[in-house]
Design a protein around this ligand. Structure first.
Ligand SMILES: Cc1c2[nH]c(c1CCC(=O)O)Cc1[nH]c(c(CCC(=O)O)c1C)Cc1[nH]c(c(CCC(=O)O)c1C)Cc1[nH]c(c(CCC(=O)O)c1C)C2
Length: 368
């Protein structure tokens, strides 16, 4: 590892040994279907709970060594084909000047959420991502070295609408009515905020790639509370902008980093998402694999989409569900995952059974 003044530099990374995930992103052939899980670094792992015990969540996010350790934990247990950097989507509102705290039993909380359009003036208009989010970049660089080329490292961000929703709701919500009120009552201010977020997100993703991220996932976790019309106006254009701008910049430096868009419960937008400059479209479990393939016309790779709750089933049943899923998606241009993140009460053994089922069944299907 190159060290300079205690800094670990984003160069001379170890050679990648398992490129199945990156090949699948590009629709290329692989021996087995690659698999990873959203929230694979999380509370379902006893070692995660032990490491996080007594530490503030966002303090942990600001420690590159802690993020590196938490990212690597699941890979010591399971042969996942990709790692995702431990962080959170809410580091962006923090970088824009908002206070966000992780409240035990409640989740992320903004003591002073945005209430009216004039509150936009309280946000940092120009964010220096190296200064405000440099700790994420350092975590990525360190983790890329420590991964030792085992699997690729995924960087990520929240999408503009999802971040806007948190900034106005002040935390999780079932209706998102405060944030949606802005869309109907303050459309101009909504676009202003979405544009501000897009600008920061583009710089943030480029910084992650410069630091060593080998793929990028954009989480539009709150697509489901929009309808097709609002999605077209307030989510899709910004998702497209992000991919286009990041790719244009990367092309200039000759880099090719696959991008994944995951719009949870956004099935109404599947055709559009498959034509929005992302190599991969992530799917939740409400979409049938075959119809997802038909609707995206082979234009993109697909990622997903087992119901996380299927991990409560016995191992033999998990294996059957995985087999059906693989037969539905096919083994080419496909990355197995859950339709959303793992829950804290899930049994790590069943996560292992899921990973093994993907590898075993896909190798078998590829030999047919
Ligand atoms: C493990 C974890 C994280 N965030 C939170 C936790 C649980 C709290 C803890 O450990 O103390 C709080 C944490 N952070 C957030 C929530 C959801 C709050 C809510 O809406 O109710 C919670 C409980 C916000 C958040 N944060 C994230 C999303 C998008 C994905 C999704 O849709 O779930 C969202 C919506 C992204 C995220 N968050 C995290 C990762 C790490 C990498 C991995 O997946 O292993 C990632 C990718 C890490």
């Amino acid at each position: 590892i190159m060290e300079n003044d205690g800094l670990i530099l984003p160069k001379d990374f170890p050679k990648l040994k398992n490129d199945a995930f990156l090949r699948a992103c590009h629709g290329q052939e692989t021996n087995h279907v690659p698999v990873w899980c959203m929230r694979q670094a999380g509370r379902y792992l006893p070692e995660f709970r032990e490491f996080r015990a007594g530490k503030d969540f966002f303090e942990t996010c600001r420690s590159p060594a802690a993020c590196c350790e938490l990212t690597l934990q699941p890979l010591r247990r399971f042969p996942f084909d990709a790692a995702i950097i431990f962080s959170d989507i809410l580091v962006i509102p923090q970088a824009m000047g908002m206070d966000v705290q992780m409240v035990a039993g409640k989740g992320p909380t903004f003591p002073e959420p945005l209430k009216e359009p004039e509150d936009l003036l309280l946000l940092q208009p120009k964010v220096d991502v190296n200064k405000e989010l440099g700790y994420v970049f350092k975590a990525i660089t360190l983790t890329r070295h420590k991964l030792d080329g085992k699997v690729p490292l995924i960087g990520f961000t929240g999408a503009p609408w999802t971040l806007m929703a948190y900034m106005i709701e002040g935390g999780g919500s079932t209706t998102h009515s405060k944030a949606k009120r802005w869309l109907y009552r303050h459309p101009e201010a909504s676009h202003k905020l979405l544009k501000m977020l897009t600008d920061v997100i583009v710089e943030y993703l480029l910084g992650q790639v410069a630091a060593g991220a080998q793929a990028l996932q954009v989480f539009e976790s709150h697509a489901g509370c929009l309808g097709p019309v609002e999605f077209q106006e307030f989510s899709l254009p910004y998702l497209r902008d992000i991919a286009r701008k990041v790719k244009d910049q990367l092309k200039e430096s000759g880099q090719d980093v696959p991008m994944i868009v995951f719009a949870k419960d956004g099935h109404y937008g599947l055709e559009d998402l498959s034509q929005s400059h992302y190599e991969v479209v992530g799917l939740d479990w409400t979409i049938d694999p075959r119809s997802a393939r038909e609707r995206t016309g082979g234009k993109v790779s697909l990622q997903g989409n087992m119901d996380p709750c299927a991990l409560y089933a016995p191992k033999e049943r998990i294996s059957e569900i995985v087999k059906k899923m693989l037969e539905g998606f096919g083994t080419r241009g496909y990355i197995a995952n859950l339709g959303h993140g793992l829950y804290p009460d899930m049994d790590p053994e069943n996560v292992g059974a899921f990973v093994e089922a993907v590898h075993t069944h896909s190798r078998h299907l590829n030999l047919k």
